[in-house]
Design a protein around this ligand. Structure first.
Ligand code: SF4
Ligand code: SF4
Length: 294
């Protein structure tokens, strides 16, 4: 199955790195003998921005889009959740038609890049990442046998990837940073992984969470910011990355209200007390049962 988007930490291969000036001999067009072959075996990982573009294209809510068009999977050994495009049982993308891609103008990042994969890397001691490209050559893809040749930069321009790269950058950096911290950070608690899923992909639920009274009582943001989050997906997506940086790395860039931490501890204390009391009651009931007929 073609893998149209290699998340860096998932890949086992050591590819030949290409840069924007490297030359690519490739052409994909409607008359080619393999037309649609790649979409018949689609394995497309989605980014948060891909989801916004596709759900808007289809006029669906994020919740409905996730339900109808994606399948969840784990992106790494620590169980980081991701989503892929749903396919038929035979592996064909649901957006494929005889004429080609039915969502072409809003097709995902991976489909735009193919037959390239990309990889963000942090050089030792560097704070900024570098993007490298590599070539994916698959048996069924005859585009590599065409004569057309251009630079990687020209190919990316033709595929209109610039907006996608910009919108994906911070989210990919977040995952790269997690990866670069290696096993020292260990597996995040399940609640953090679920939070990552919500902030990254489940925009409707994340919006409800951010606009909730609890959230507003905890974080010190202007009303105008909440108004933007209520109607703008891109701002909310970018805030989601910021929120996850706080959850994963403790980067406290979102101001909290005075006493919010103490209130949270107090609220949790009540939950802990209630749980302790429930456990004492359960144990007492067990003891009572034991000696009932004695
Ligand atoms: S979204 Fe379009 S280009 Fe991508 S796999 Fe599906 S049909 Fe093919
Ligand atoms: S040339 Fe490659 S990318 Fe284009 S339709 Fe054929 S298999 Fe798909």
């Amino acid at each position: 199955m073609s893998k149209k988007f290699d998340i860096p930490f998932e890949s086992n291969m050591v590819p030949t790195m290409l840069d924007l000036g490297s030359r690519l001999q490739f052409s994909c067009h409607k008359g080619i003998s393999c037309f649609n072959a790649c979409c018949k075996q689609a394995d497309v990982t989605l980014t948060p921005y891909d989801i916004i573009r596709l759900k808007d294209h289809l006029g669906k809510s994020a919740t409905d889009f996730l339900k109808d068009h994606t399948v969840p999977f784990r992106m790494d050994k620590e169980g980081l959740p991701g989503v892929k495009l749903r396919t038929t049982d035979e592996g064909a993308c649901l957006f494929m038609t005889e004429e080609g891609c039915s969502v072409y103008e809003d097709r995902p990042t991976a489909c735009r890049l193919y037959p390239l994969g990309h990889m963000s890397m942090l050089a030792t001691g560097s704070k900024t990442d570098e993007t490298h490209y590599f070539l994916i050559k698959e048996e069924h893809c005859k585009g590599h046998e065409e004569d057309q040749e251009q630079t990687i930069a020209e190919y990316l321009k033709e595929q209109e990837t610039a907006q996608y790269e910009e919108m994906n950058r911070e989210w990919l950096q977040l995952m790269l940073k997690r990866r670069s911290m290696g096993p020292t950070v260990g597996r995040p608690p399940e609640a953090t992984l679920q939070m990552f899923f919500m902030c990254s992909f489940d925009m409707d639920r994340f919006r409800r969470f951010v606009l909730s009274e609890n959230f507003r009582n905890t974080y010190d943001l202007e009303d105008s910011v909440y108004e933007v989050f209520a109607k703008e997906d891109i701002s909310l997506m970018q805030f989601g990355v910021r929120f996850m940086k706080q959850a994963f790395f403790g980067e406290r860039t979102i101001p909290e209200k005075d006493g919010a931490w103490e209130n949270r501890v107090e609220q949790r204390q009540e939950v802990w007390d209630a749980r302790r009391q429930a456990e004492i009651t359960r144990q007492q009931q067990e003891e009572d049962e034991k000696y009932k007929d004695a």
